[in-house]
Design a protein around this ligand. Sequence first.
Ligand code: 5GP
Ligand code: MN
Length: 338
Amino acid sequence: MELRVFEENIIREFEGYLKGANKVAVFTHMNPDGDAIGSALAFDLAMKNIDIESKVFIANEVPDALKWMQGAESIHVNAKLTDVKEYLEDADIIVCLDFNEPGRVDQLGTILKETKLPIIVIDHHPQVASYKGLLIADTSYSSTAELLYWLLKESNLVVRSMAFAESVYTGIVTDTGSFAYNSSSPKTFKAVADLLEIGFDKDRVTDLVFQQFDANRIRLLGHLLVNRLEVIEGYGAAYTYLTKEDLNRFNYKAGDTEGFVNYPLSIKGVTFTAFFIENDDHVKISFRSKGSFPANEFSSKYYHGGGHLNAAGGRSYEPLYETMEGFEKLVKQFTNEL
Ligand code: 5GP
Ligand code: MN
C-alpha cells in the first residue's frame, strides 16, 4: 500500500546526509520518557545496521522503568560537554530526537547552538527552534518513534530485529498512554502491525514498562489521589501535587510519577489538569488537557514551558504553595479569556 508520509525531497535530503556520514551523535531530551529512549535506540540501531558509528547522549539518567531496553546500557548518561565535544570532533551529524528546543537537553543545549555540524531534528512537537540542517517534524504523529519508523521505512532503513521493533513500539505505546490518546490515525496501528510482523513480544513490553513498579510507587499514587488532589470548581480544572517530603516518604525514584498527571482528566467535567512536583530549586509542572484547551500555550505563557496542545510541561521558580495559588488564579483568568 502507498503510504507517503513525508515530502519526497525531505526523504532524499535525509538520505543525502546519511550517505556522506561515518559517525553520528544522537541527542534526546533530559528526563527521557519511553518515546525519547525508544526513538533514540531505534535510530542508533538503524545507523549501526548501515555501519555508521553512533552514540546516544542524554543530559541525565535513563529511568529504571526503561533500563531493560536493549542498548539502554550503552547510552552515554549524565553527558558532560567535554565528553560530547570530544566525540563530535570527527562526527558528521547531530541527530535530535523527540525535542527541538535546546533547553530540553540541559547542558548539551550549548552544543546545539554553537556546533558547525549539521543537525537533523526528528520530532513531533511544534517547532520552537531552528538549526542549520534538516527538520523532519510533524505534530500529527503519535510519537517521535512512529514518525521515525515511517521515515526509516521510506528510506529502506528499518531494521528487522526484535530490539528495533521493541524500541519503536515502546515509544508509541508510552506516548499514546497505551493507545488511549494521540492514536486516532490508522497509520499508528499500521506501524504497530509492521512491528508485530518483524516480531517482538508485545505483552513482555507491556509488563516491563507498566507492571514492574515498586510497591512504594503505587502507595505514592494512592497518597496523591487521596491527599493531593484539588478540583477548581466551575472551571473544568483540577490539579495534583507532591511535596519533597512526600517524595522522600515514598522513596521516590526518577520515573515513578510517570502517568500520574493524567488521573484528574478522568473526573467528569475536568478538561485541564496540572501536576506540580517540588524540587530543590524549582517546581516541575506537567499539564494535560482534553479537547481544544491549549496546554502548551498556557505553559509557555506562564511557566517557561511548552509542548503539545494536550500535553505540555513547564516550571515555576516560586515556592510550591505560591505556585499553586498563582495557578488557580491564572486558570480562571486564562479560561475567561478563551
Ligand atoms: P511531561 O509532562 O511528560 O514532562 O511533558 C509533556 C510534554 O510537554 C512532552 O511532550 C514534553 O516534551 C513537553 N515538555 C515538558 N516540559 C517542557 C518544557 O520545559 N519545555 C517545552 N518546550 N516542552 C516541555
Ligand atoms: Mn514524544
